[in-house]
Design a protein around this ligand. Structure first.
Ligand SMILES: Cc1cc2nc3c(=O)[nH]c(=O)nc-3n(C[C@H](O)[C@H](O)[C@H](O)COP(=O)(O)OP(=O)(O)OC[C@H]3O[C@@H](n4cnc5c(N)ncnc54)[C@H](O)[C@@H]3O)c2cc1C
Length: 471
């Protein structure tokens, strides 16, 4: 469609203040937090910022009638290029639509608009003694609409799971502009098996099946108390065996995080006063719940860890906990400073391994790093096998870029080879579309059949999950 007409129509329909059309403004929508998006320049023809279901419906009807691609966008903190417009058209920015429609504390649920940021939502829920448990590291940025669409999770997924476990229903504007509500039109129920679970289909759909305009979330009571343990292991294998022993004892910590030797070195370089001994693995356990339960489980986990660890420290005092946790808290930023003149990029960064195979996987990632001569810092959620592998490189040196792509490719392939997944958190976007066939086989065709039934013109976020050109 003619681009000038598209922009003019958007201005006529929604007003100039809701439409971004200059090259500079559109440039800021050509990337998210992924390395893949920074390697390309996918410009939208126009950006429209909307804050009502009726406006979104109007926009989708127009896009449907004129075959214009639409890419929904939250905060753009995604790490797979999910919110960039690969084939131009409209980027629909929902980040300004932040309303909390209703906090229904008696029924332990909340209804929100898609642009509310995770941390803002939990701050608003806190006075009610409730919280929305999935906890991405991007809590201060990620919108709940983006979290549902990417089925986000975080370091407490080991106990609380991922976003889909909390989504009770969504309002969706379908590709043709119709509006649908899943999970029951008037439902306040905390569970329902009434019909095919359409809510679930939208968790992880990455904007390919419509625009989410409202979300009903289940909440949990906020835990009263927590404790942190830091256990240091001279052998990587011992750290993984300890995690398995904790589970076998019937304990589910709220977080189990690992730093490998490179991660420990990084944390120490970034903050020398941390001074974590340079062993093969540091494991951080977080235990939460009632005060007596935290004390009892903490003592049990400490006794289990002491069987294999070089040292174990358990703390429930707020200052000491903050000090112990720093090693984990700084790692995202610390890895970026691992080597002078280099940076950390997001590629191959959230593979998920079977937990029994984490030690093997970590050793093989180190070998991959050596083979291509690109340092890779490893940290992440050993409790569910979801590892963050951070390549350290200089994006301005083409040869390093090529070798980094090879590292990311080898890490993704490793995950598939040993029975894991190419993504435990961040989703597919276009960065991982090439692996979907191998990961899913026939199931990818069935996903496509669902996509075609809902979006037969393929105007919703083309190029994501399925490679461009699939028809
Ligand atoms: C420092 C950092 C740490 C991170 N840590 C984590 C982590 O611990 N766990 C984790 O899971 N992720 C993490 N992420 C990735 C990212 O924050 C999540 O994927 C998040 O859910 C994306 O939210 P967003 O609002 O930024 O969505 P965007 O990036 O804007 O969009 C993500 C996808 O959702 C679609 N979408 C957005 N809104 C809608 C809507 N209303 N309707 C339909 N589709 C929509 C987009 O089209 C796109 O496909 C991290 C990112 C950064 C930068």
């Amino acid at each position: 469609m003619d681009k000038v007409k598209l922009v003019n129509d958007m201005v006529k329909m929604f007003g100039a203040e809701k439409v971004l059309q200059s090259e500079l403004e559109r440039y800021t929508y050509t990337y998210d937090s992924s390395f893949a998006s920074q390697q390309n320049e996918y410009y939208p023809d126009v950006v429209v910022r909307l804050e009502s279901t009726s406006d979104v419906s109007k926009l989708m009807k127009y896009a449907w009638d004129n075959n214009v691609p639409v890419t929904p966008r939250g905060a753009g903190s995604g790490q797979t290029g999910g919110s960039v417009a690969m084939t131009g058209g409209i980027v629909l920015d929902l980040s300004g639509w932040k309303d909390i429609v209703e906090i229904d504390d008696a029924n332990m649920q909340v209804v929100v608009r898609p642009g509310i940021v995770h941390a803002e939502l939990n701050a608003a829920l806190s006075p009610y003694g409730l919280f929305f448990p999935p906890d991405p590291g991007s809590s201060a940025m990620a919108t709940v609409g983006g979290m549902v669409s990417n089925n986000a999770s975080g370091l407490r997924a080991v106990k609380y799971g991922a976003t889909f476990q909390y989504v009770l229903g969504v309002e969706v504007v379908l590709p043709n502009g119709d509006v649908m509500k899943t999970g029951g039109l008037k439902s306040k129920a905390l569970k329902s098996v009434s019909g095919i679970d359409l809510t679930r289909i939208y968790c992880g759909a990455e904007g390919t099946l419509g625009v989410i305009t409202e979300i009903r979330l289940k909440l949990l009571p906020k835990p009263q108390s927590r404790g942190i343990m830091l256990a240091l292991f001279e052998k990587l294998e011992d750290s993984a065996l300890t995690v398995l022993d904790v589970f076998k004892a019937g304990i589910i910590p709220s977080g189990i995080e690992i730093l490998d030797d490179g991660g420990i070195r990084c944390a120490n370089m970034f903050k020398p006063d941390l001074n974590i001994p340079e062993v093969e693995a540091a494991i951080f356990f977080e235990i939460n719940g009632t005060k007596p339960a935290v004390e009892e489980e903490g003592a049990q986990v400490k006794a289990i860890a002491e069987k294999r660890a070089k040292s174990v420290e358990w703390a429930t005092d707020a200052d000491r906990m903050a000090k112990l946790w720093q090693g984990r808290a700084v790692i995202g930023a610390a890895s970026a400073r691992f080597k002078e003149g280099k940076t950390r990029i997001f590629a191959g960064e959230d593979v998920c391994f079977p937990i029994s195979k984490v030690p093997e996987a970590l050793k093989r990632i180190k070998a991959i790093s050596k083979e291509f001569d690109i340092p890779v810092v490893i940290y992440g959620h050993i409790g569910d096998g979801n590892m963050h592998t951070a390549p350290i490189m200089d994006p301005l040196i083409p040869d390093e870029v090529t070798r980094t792509h090879k590292v990311a490719e080898a890490i993704h392939r490793l995950a598939l080879e040993i029975g894991g997944s190419t993504t435990g958190e961040h989703g597919v976007g276009f960065a991982r579309a090439a692996y979907m066939e191998e990961e899913h086989g026939k199931a990818l065709d069935v996903m496509w059949a669902i996509k075609k039934a809902i979006d037969p013109k393929n105007i919703m976020n083309p190029g994501k999950i399925w490679k461009l050109g699939r028809e």
